[in-house]
Design a binder for this molecule. Sequence first.
Ligand code: FE
Length: 198
Amino acid sequence: MTYQLPQLPYAPNALEPYISNNLMSFHYGKHHQAYVNKYNELTQGTSYADQPLEKVIKETFKNPDQKTLFNNGAQIFNHTFFWNSMKPKGGGEPHAKLKNAIQQTWGSFDQFKVEFTTKASTLFGSGWVWLVKEGEKLAIIQSKDAQTPITGETQKPLLTLDVWEHAYYLDYQNKRPDFIKTYLEHLVNWEFAEKNFG
Ligand code: FE
């Protein structure tokens, strides 16, 4: 069974002017697609081919011999989660339940944004920043390269931001902080986070 690249939840130009059609076409159409192609190549003819993506990610994470398959599978999941973490006319603030949880954890929504920005800008090299639910608490975590919170049993991802250079270079060049600010102000999909928060 061949894994299909999931559809983008909006048109590739829908996040303009914050993410250009050009950047989205490369990031989704080339990078995300390449992870899918490699994943299919590696799973073809193996017992992994018929297993759900998340199961393959969790199993290969525990097996150092399957590092390449893990990396490609996790990058498929992470990117799909990232597309859903954004929407046209995003930004703003979450509603009561999640907003209360954020205020309880960081004191204020503004302080949450400060912490998220710090975690996203200080991640050295390639990786992801996540807002996760851990039990009844919230946390902002960094994951390196393809690492993903779903391999642990305790963290449920609510939102993610891709801070690999390929995620912003075409539009923002080396200015990762500008990309992080734009994500929080104009792109983040709080409805998706609320749905994940439950
Ligand atoms: Fe990416």
